[in-house]
Structure formats: structure tokens, C-alpha cells
Design a protein around this ligand. Structure first.
Ligand code: SF4
Length: 337
């Protein structure tokens, strides 16, 4: 999980913190409070959490929309945690984002051709001898839209198609890394599967790495390579998806997994025993002392009320932040997590 530990890490986040000041002097919303994770080349890391968990703030930090309060973000080995405005154009080109709501992320005054042309012009694509229109048509083909959509406006096409345009815009600069911020949650159920399948195809076609932000844990079952679950600005558990769904360790993960619907007998068998869901996620302004999950945790002990647990590796590549695992013989402390 540390910096530069694996050659195939494309993104490394180290002890990232993002605090927002409140109206009350000295009081902060600790939206992200010391998280560390990596995204490896060609994989999908699912970053899952309830509203207020800090997952979207993390995405905005990675993309550079927010500056960090503390910690480091490295992209392809380059420190990008400083002022986002100072990121070199080549890095911006390589790291793109698809937002949740294409209705607001696409300029309604511009045609789809103009929307797609903007990043191409900024990054001087295509080069000499290539026609801009050819590249626009190619981009539309990539997301299965016909060439005549160049002349349409976002309002004249459906929500799913708007999201396809947003995906095409993200791919316009040939990035290697895309942050997907709840890319299907604003869409009708009927088009969600189509967008997901498209994202899977595009990942293989262009060898993309995804940081996939979502509140929908079940969506990650067949999509994510690894899953990280956030609670109150911290990562509670991170593991390969197979292991995460088959053998969830953190009580919060178990609580969530025991309540999501499954579609097969095999998945039903894998589900953890029903863990009672207690209360709501507290405000990140008033984070409980000790383990932030303790007011909702059926396994809480005295130490949980007083001491914030550290992240430990329980088995290779499966990390948990919980006192129940802190003493495990095989557990290894993760520095900086
Ligand atoms: Fe529950 Fe304690 Fe583990 Fe927190 S540290 S999840 S309160 S058992």
C-alpha cells in the first residue's frame, strides 16, 4: 500500500486528508481522514461508501478539483498532490473523469461535436494531416453512437446516450486512467447494464485503469478487481473482489453485504450471516472517538470506544481496520494507513 512499492501501481494515495472548515472556528469536516490505497494498471478499484463517507471527495482530490489538506497522491510516480492548476497538460490528458450526472456535466449550449472537440483542441489532437471530424466520428463509434450525433445537442438525446458522450469526452485524450464517479446512478435501470458493459469493453480495448466510485456494493461484485470500503473518511477494508465478497472481515462490510440482494444460490451461500443494521452514518464534523463505527457496531468492545484501530493485512492483499484483527498472528501493520 505504500508509495512505489509495486511497479504496476498507476496511482498511489498515501495518508490522504481533506478537511473543510466549518462556520465554527477551529471545527472541520474531516471528509477524508488519512487513507492510503493504490490502483494498479488495468484494474478497477471499486471505492464504495454511503453518502458522507468521503468517497467522492477522494475522487475530486485525485482528479485535482480539490487540493489536499495533507498526504500525497502519485500518478505514474509523479507527485500530483500539489496545486491542481500546476499539473502538466500531459498528466491532465492521461487522467480523466466521468461524472455522475451527464445532464449537468455536458454544456447544453454546445453540440456534441463541439463538446468532444474541446479536449481535442486543448490537447492538440489530432495531429497534422488528420481531420478533427474523423476523430469525432471515431469517438462516437467507440461509444456506439452514430456519426450524425455530432450535430445534436445534449438535451435532444436520452440520459444513457448523454453518459456515452461523457465517456467519449473522457476518452478523447487517450487517457490511461479514468475516475468514474457513480457513472450509472443517475440513469434508468434499463440503460445501466449497457453502460457498465461498455465500460468493461473499453477498459480491455484501451487498457484503462478505473477508480470506480459508488454507493452500490452489489455493482462491484462482477466489475471490480479490488474493493475498498469507506466509512467516515477512512478505509475500513480493502481486498481483492473475490475475497471481499467471499470472506468479508470488517463488521461494517458484513453489515452491508448481509443486506444486499443476491441473484444466485451460490451468492446467497456466500452472504455473511445477517448483521443487524444500527443507526446512520454520523456527521463527519462529529466523528465518534476511537473507532468511528463503534456506535453502530454489534461487535464493539471497550477499546473500540477509545482507540482508533490501525489498518492491518490479515492475509496477503486483504487489509482491515478493526481491533478484532489487530492481534491476529499473521496481521501486519500498514505504515501510514
Ligand atoms: Fe467494531 Fe471495534 Fe472493529 Fe470498530 S474496531 S469495527 S467498533 S469491533
Amino acid at each position: 500500500m505504500g508509495c512505489n512499492t509495486m511497479a504496476k501501481d498507476i496511482l498511489v494515495v498515501e495518508n490522504l486528508k481533506k478537511y473543510f472548515p466549518t462556520k465554527k472556528k477551529g471545527l472541520y469536516v474531516k471528509a477524508v481522514d488519512g487513507i492510503s490505497f493504490t490502483v494498479r494498471e488495468g484494474e478497477t478499484l471499486g471505492l464504495v461508501g454511503e453518502s458522507g463517507s468521503g468517497k467522492s471527495t477522494t475522487a475530486y482530490n485525485v482528479i485535482g478539483m480539490y487540493g489536499v489538506t495533507a498526504g500525497k497522491i502519485y500518478f505514474k510516480g509523479v507527485d500530483i498532490s500539489g496545486d491542481a492548476g500546476k499539473r502538466p497538460l500531459s498528466l491532465k490528458k492521461d487522467l480523466q473523469m466521468v461524472f455522475q450526472d451527464p445532464g449537468t456535466s455536458l454544456n447544453p449550449q454546445r453540440t456534441i461535436g463541439q463538446i468532444l472537440a474541446l479536449p481535442l483542441k486543448v490537447h492538440k489532437i489530432p495531429g497534422e494531416g488528420e481531420r478533427l471530424e474523423d476523430r469525432l466520428i471515431q469517438l462516437l463509434e467507440t461509444v456506439e453512437l452514430p456519426p450524425e450525433y455530432i450535430y445534436k445537442y445534449p438535451r435532444s438525446i436520452g440520459g444513457g446516450e448523454r453518459q456515452m458522450v461523457a465517456i467519449a469526452r473522457a476518452l478523447a485524450t487517450n487517457p490511461s486512467f479514468v475516475v468514474l464517479d457513480e457513472p450509472t446512478s443517475a440513469l434508468d435501470v434499463s440503460v445501466q447494464a449497457k453502460i457498465i458493459n461498455m465500460l468493461i469493453r473499453l477498459q480491455k480495448q484501451f487498457n484503462l485503469s478505473y477508480l470506480f466510485i459508488t454507493h452500490d456494493l452489489s455493482l462491484m461484485r462482477n466489475l471490480a478487481t479490488r474493493v475498498a470500503i469507506m466509512y467516515l473518511g477512512k478505509i475500513a477494508e480493502i481486498a481483492p473482489a473475490v475475497d471481499f465478497f467471499r470472506s468479508p472481515k470488517h463488521p461494517y462490510t458484513q453489515m452491508l453485504l448481509s443486506s444486499i440482494p443476491v441473484i444466485s444460490g451460490a451468492e446467497e451461500e456466500m452472504k455473511p450471516k445477517k448483521v443487524p443494521s444500527r443507526g446512520e452514518i454520523p456527521s463527519p464534523v462529529n466523528v465518534p472517538p476511537g473507532c468511528g463505527f463503534h456506535p453502530r457496531c454489534p461487535m464493539a468492545r471497550q477499546i473500540c470506544l477509545e482507540v482508533d484501530p490501525i489498518m492491518v493485512e490479515t492475509i496477503p492483499d486483504h487489509f482491515v481496520r478493526c481491533h478484532l484483527f489487530a492481534g491476529a498472528a499473521e496481521a501486519r501493520e500498514v505504515v501510514g494507513a
